[in-house]
Design a protein around this ligand. Structure first.
Ligand code: HEM
Length: 145
């Protein structure tokens, strides 16, 4: 499967389609938590590791919040709303310098996870389409802060 990163300008917000809820049915909550955990473990070894919590405890919480979010938007229980409140994803990313390069690394780490994930290709593509586009919204700077 070819996952293409859509080129985009900072400050644009192309229309996003949510992932197919069948992803959650297929992976289950535990499977989704593992997918997110694997992604964060790759981020921890990447050039953008400095953006993420430095302590193990903080890092585990970050995994939890992110997995809560993905489970929620795939039609699962509203874990994120319950523990973190309204998603406001763009605002929540503002404190972090998210450059074109950071988006590329974030997405490439997901490509590595998707390549090893056991899931229908069509469902992987649906998840990819969502993160490829929504990650454009999260870019907020041209410079490393
Ligand atoms: C464009 C590349 C992205 C980068 C570099 C990035 C980076 C970060 C960082 C540094 C944090 C704070 C630490 C943490 O809780 O992990 C964070 C939080 C989070 N990110 Fe991203 N992110 C990106 C894209 C996305 C996308 C596309 C989504 C959703 C589809 C997303 C969902 C989340 C969630 C749910 C949180 C937790 C927010 C909270 O609980 O306050 N991120 N991200």
């Amino acid at each position: 499967m070819q996952y293409n990163i859509t080129p985009a300008q900072i400050g644009t917000r192309p229309q996003v389609s949510l992932p197919n809820p069948k992803i959650l049915e297929a992976l289950g909550e535990e499977g989704m938590r593992k997918m997110v955990s694997d992604h964060y473990d790759l981020l921890k070894q990447s050039n953008i590791r400095g953006l993420f919590p430095p302590t193990e405890e903080g890092f585990e919480m970050a995994k939890k919040h992110s997995a809560d979010f993905f489970i929620q938007i795939c039609g699962g229980p509203r874990y994120f709303d319950m523990s973190r409140g309204a998603p406001r994803m763009v605002a929540r990313h503002m404190p972090f310098a998210i450059t074109q390069e950071a988006r590329r690394i974030w997405l490439e780490s997901y490509i590595m996870v998707l390549n090893t994930l056991e899931l229908d290709e069509e469902l992987k593509q649906s998840f990819w389409n969502y993160i490829d586009i929504f990650s454009i919204w999260m870019m907020n700077t041209n410079d490393e802060k």
